[in-house]
Design a protein around this ligand. Structure first.
Ligand code: PBG
Length: 328
């Protein structure tokens, strides 16, 4: 039936009608809040390029996590700024490492909060690359051994989920084997399956002090032009035993999210990355966009494209808005 019998505006005429026919919903359960843990105590350092985001020392991150849990957000994703860096990033698998200490402290204070540890090396290496450098490039297979050590260390310290973000080939399989050998067979792996070499990570590299000292990450992260290759990445990670898959960044890659959703039955996460967040904030600071509305619109769009879970620096703002009855 066409016009005039069909009038799609009939179901748009009131807020309650719109609520009733809404196809996609966002709830606090869908959200994961990323956090940066820094050395010291009593430290709250604002990240200039990410308004509203700070780095917290372990004691402060515990306070934030207590608040995050009270806001109904089920999980946080932890990144560390270590005291010292070296060529291989060995502080990332130290039992006394910055994220390991945070994991133990948060677990003790807020046991119900799901703690996800990002597993990578760029924050821990003196050259800022995501693995072991050999002949000027990241050596895949040598990095795998270290990734496995880091994942086991994080899970032993209390990580409920480990999330490798390095983009080495074969890492999910290696991490799964290492976890199982360490009696951590119940620790799930959230794989950054399709992670693109994106300029949208710019503000994160300020926040985590993880910019590469030379070159870029294009020899391991994906070419933004490649959608089919993203599906091969997802297929391999699924085959290797990833429990949850992720696409990153989110908004510029909604087509990839949609296709991964269509082809794979695993829970799917999307990472609304630092640059996606900061551009909303920056435009809002100029009075050009309404931050709350564009945040909620981008989150529902990411859900509509197929994400079950969204990692976002706006998680606390979104949870607050949802709690106060946001229905737009
Ligand atoms: C670590 C990692 C990065 C991000 C998440 N994990 C940085 C990178 O790959 O350069 C980016 C997150 C963001 O921009 O919010 N490899």
């Amino acid at each position: 039936m066409a016009f005039p019998q069909s009038r799609l505006r009939r179901l748009r005429r009131s807020p309650n009608l719109r609520r009733m026919v809404r196809e996609t919903r966002l709830v606090a359960d869908d959200l994961i809040y990323p956090l940066f843990v820094c050395p010291g105590s009593g430290m709250v350092e604002a990240v200039e390029s990410m308004p509203g985001v700070s780095r917290y020392s372990v004691d402060k991150v515990v306070d934030v996590c207590t608040a995050v849990a009270a806001e109904g957000i089920p999980a946080v994703l932890l990144f560390g700024l270590p005291e010292s860096k070296d060529a291989v990033g060995s502080s990332s698998w130290s039992d006394d490492g910055i994220v390991q200490r945070a994991l133990r402290a948060i677990k003790a204070a807020v046991p119900e909060l799901v703690l996800i540890a990002d597993v990578c090396f760029c924050e821990y290496t003196d050259h800022g690359h995501c693995g072991v450098i050999e002949d000027g490039e990241v050596n895949n297979d040598k990095t795998l051994d270290n990734l496995a050590r880091q994942a086991v260390s994080m899970a032993s310290a209390g990580a409920d989920i480990v999330a490798p973000s390095d983009m080495m080939d074969g890492r999910v399989d290696r991490i799964r084997q290492a976890l199982d050998a360490a009696d951590l067979e119940m620790t799930p792996i959230l794989s950054y399956a399709a992670k693109f070499a994106s300029a949208f990570y710019g503000p994160f590299r300020d926040a985590a002090d993880s910019a590469p000292a030379f070159g870029d990450r294009r020899s391991y992260q994906m070419d933004p032009a490649n959608g089919r290759e993203a599906l091969r990445e997802a297929a391999l990670d699924a085959l290797e035993g990833a429990d949850l898959l992720m696409v990153k960044p989110a908004l510029p890659y909604l087509d990839v999210l949609r296709e991964v959703r269509r082809r794979f039955d695993r829970p799917l996460a999307a990472y609304q990355v630092s640059g996606e967040y900061s551009m909303l904030r920056a435009a809002a600071a100029n009075g050009w966009l309404d931050y709350e509305r564009v945040l909620m619109e981008s989150l529902i769009a990411i859900r509509r494209a197929g994400a079950d879970l969204i990692i976002t620096y706006g998680a606390r703002d979104a949870a607050r808005l949802l709690h106060s009855g946001w229905t737009e």
